[in-house]
Design a protein around this ligand. Structure first.
Ligand code: NAP
Ligand code: GLV
Length: 322
C-alpha cells in the first residue's frame, strides 16, 4: 500500500523529520526562510498532510489546490494563519502545539517586561558606546514591579503562567480580563477579574496574551492607549494584529504611555525603517517567545505526532477542535 504524502514547509529537527519519514513519504522545503508561496502551492497538490509554521498562510486558495489534504499540523499554538472556516468545511483536521511552549513563552514575557521597564537594552547600549559618564541619580530609571498592579489581557495557558511568575516579584495586584471566568486558576495566584477598561485604567503593566481573532484584532487602539496610565508599560507576546500599530507608535511618541516591549508586531519581520525601531522607549524582539531548545524540539515532535495520528485515524495528541 502506498504511504501517505507529507509536505514540510521548513527545515525541522531530525527527530521530528525521522518520525515522519518512518510513516510517510516526506518532501520538505529546506530553506532557512519561509517557503515561497508559489513553491508551497505547487507542492500541496497531491499531499495527504501538511506540516506548516505560523509563517505559512493556509487559505482558500491553497486549500483549493490541496484536494487530498486530510490533516494540517501547525508547529505553533497560535492558528490565526489558518483560514479555519475553509478548513472546517473540507473536514480537514488540525493539530497544534499548546502547553509545551507555555513555560518558554511565559519566561520570555517576564524577560521582556523587565528589559522594557528597567531599560536593559538602552542601558547596555549606553555602556558600550560611551554614554556611561558616572553613576547618576536619575539616569536609566524606570518603573519597578514591586508594589505594582499588573493586568493580563487574555488569561489562558500563557497568561496564567505569567501570573504565577509575577508573584515572587511582590506585585500588589494581578488583574485579568478574559471571556470566561477562571476562578480556580485566578484564586491560586490571587488574580482579580475586571473588564478591559478597568484593566487599562488601573494597571501599571499591561501584558497581552490574548489570541488573535476577528473579535480581538486591533483591540489596542488609540482609545485604549489613552485609557492607560502615562507611566504604564505595554507588553505584547501574543500577535501584532491585536494592536493598531500606528496608534501604539503615536502613544509612545507622545508619551501617552511610558514604554512598550514587543515580541510580535505587524508585519514580521518588522521593516528596518519602522518608526518603532527609532523609539528608545520600545524594546523589540523578533518573535522568540517559544525559542527555548526544548520547546522548539518538542513543538516539532508534537506536530509530527499529530500528523501521524490523524493519518492513521487515531486520536491526535493535540487536535484543534474547530
Ligand atoms: P489560550 O490558552 O487559548 O489563551 C488564549 C486567550 O485568548 C484566552 O484567555 C481566551 O479567552 C482568549 N481568546 C481567544 N479567542 C478569543 C476571542 N475570539 N475573543 C476574546 N478572547 C479570546 O492560548 P495560549 O496558549 O495562552 O496562547 C495565547 C497566544 O499567544 C496564542 O494564540 C499565540 O498567538 C501567542 N503565542 C505567542 C508566542 C510567541 O512566540 N510570542 C508563543 C506562543 C503563543 P478564554 O479563556 O475566555 O477563552
Ligand atoms: C508562536 O507564536 C505560536 O503561536 O506558537
Amino acid at each position: 500500500m502506498s504511504r501517505p504524502k507529507v509536505y514540510v514547509t521548513r527545515e525541522i529537527n531530525p527527530e521530528a523529520l525521522n518520525l515522519l519519514k518512518e510513516n510517510c513519504e516526506v518532501t520538505s522545503w529546506t530553506g532557512s526562510s519561509p517557503v515561497p508561496r508559489a513553491e508551497l502551492l505547487k507542492n500541496v497538490s497531491d499531499v495527504d498532510a501538511l506540516f506548516c509554521l505560523l509563517t505559512d498562510k493556509i487559505d482558500k486558495d491553497l486549500l483549493d489546490k490541496a484536494k487530498k489534504l486530510k490533516v494540517i499540523g501547525t508547529m505553533s499554538v497560535g492558528y490565526d494563519h489558518l483560514q479555519i472556516d475553509e478548513i472546517k468545511s473540507r473536514n480537514i483536521k488540525v493539530g497544534y502545539t499548546p502547553n509545551i511552549l507555555t513555560d518558554a513563552t511565559a519566561e520570555l514575557t517576564i524577560a521582556l517586561l523587565l528589559a522594557t521597564s528597567r531599560r536593559l537594552l538602552e542601558a547596555n547600549r549606553e555602556a558600550r558606546t560611551g554614554g556611561w559618564a558616572a553613576w547618576s541619580p536619575f539616569w536609566m530609571c524606570g518603573p519597578g514591579l514591586s508594589g505594582s498592579t499588573v493586568g493580563i489581557v487574555g488569561f489562558g495557558r500563557i497568561g496564567q503562567e505569567i501570573g504565577k511568575r509575577l508573584k515572587p516579584f511582590k506585585v500588589k495586584r494581578i488583574l485579568y480580563q478574559s471571556r470566561s471566568a477562571k476562578d480556580d486558576q485566578a484564586n491560586e495566584i490571587g488574580a482579580e477579574r475586571v473588564n478591559f477598561d478597568e484593566l487599562l485604567k488601573q494597571s501599571d503593566f499591561v501584558i497581552v496574551t490574548i489570541s488573535l481573532a476577528p473579535e480581538t484584532a486591533n483591540i489596542f487602539n488609540e482609545e485604549a492607549f489613552k485609557k492607560m496610565k502615562p507611566t504604564s508599560i505595554f507588553i505584547n507576546t501574543s500577535r501584532g494584529g491585536v494592536v493598531d500599530q500606528d496608534a501604539l507608535i503615536k502613544a509612545l511618541q507622545n508619551k501617552t504611555i511610558w514604554a512598550a516591549g514587543l515580541d510580535v508586531m505587524t508585519p514580521e519581520p518588522l521593516p528596518l525603517d519602522s518608526p518603532l525601531f527609532k523609539l528608545e522607549n520600545c524594546v523589540i524582539l523578533p518573535h522568540i517567545g517559544s525559542a527555548t531548545l526544548d520547546a522548539r524540539k518538542n513543538m516539532a515532535l508534537l506536530t509530527s505526532r499529530n500528523i501521524i495520528a490523524a493519518l492513521k485515524n487515531e486520536k491526535m495528541p493535540e487536535e484543534l477542535i474547530l
